[in-house]
Design a binder for this molecule. Structure first.
Ligand code: DAT
Ligand code: MG
Length: 148
């Protein structure tokens, strides 16, 4: 079992896509183990996107992600990191295939509505950053109908 960090970004919140996005993860069969909303501080945004610190789009990215509320989530399941990335789709919404969140709702690379961890190390780092209090442990009784 893996846990991944997923976040509805300010454009997704502003556009009223929180429910739609959460619904896709629920329907897929991932288990919600963390959920909260906040307006990110510049400090947490910079730490989250530290790998992109030298990229030309970094200042705009930080301004964007701190511009309003985000919805922070932790989702657990078998191969949850890649399963979530596949639900989310490629970075640029214009190139993302239909059926993915970015493919269905996005038209740009920066305004792509949602973040998902890309590897076990980044998931661990991002979960620790956004959920320093830890995530929930609970028994999802329906899980037995998602896994053979
Ligand atoms: P992803 O969110 O698909 O993991 P990433 O880690 O390469 O993509 O980049 C993080 C975010 O930075 C991405 O969701 C949107 C923004 N971004 C990436 N490349 C960009 C670019 N060339 N111009 C503007 N924003 C960009
Ligand atoms: Mg990334």
């Amino acid at each position: 079992m893996e846990t991944t960090y997923v976040m509805v970004k300010p454009d997704g919140v502003q556009r009223g896509l929180i429910g739609e996005i959460i619904g896709r993860f629920e329907q897929k069969g991932l288990k919600l183990v963390g959920l909260k909303a906040m307006v990110p501080s510049e400090e947490i945004a910079r730490a989250h996107y530290a790998v992109h610190a030298e990229r030309p789009f970094f200042p705009g990215l930080i301004k964007f992600v701190t511009s309003g509320p985000v919805v922070c989530m932790a989702w657990a399941g078998r191969d949850a990191i890649s399963v979530a990335r596949n639900l989310i789709g490629p970075t640029n919404g214009r190139e993302a295939p239909p059926g993915t969140i970015r493919g269905d709702y996005g038209m740009d690379i920066g305004y792509n509505m949602i973040h998902g961890s890309d590897a076990p190390e980044t998931a661990e780092f991002e979960l620790g950053l956004w959920f320093p209090e830890g995530v929930m442990e609970w028994d999802q009784t329906i899980s037995k109908w998602f896994y053979e």
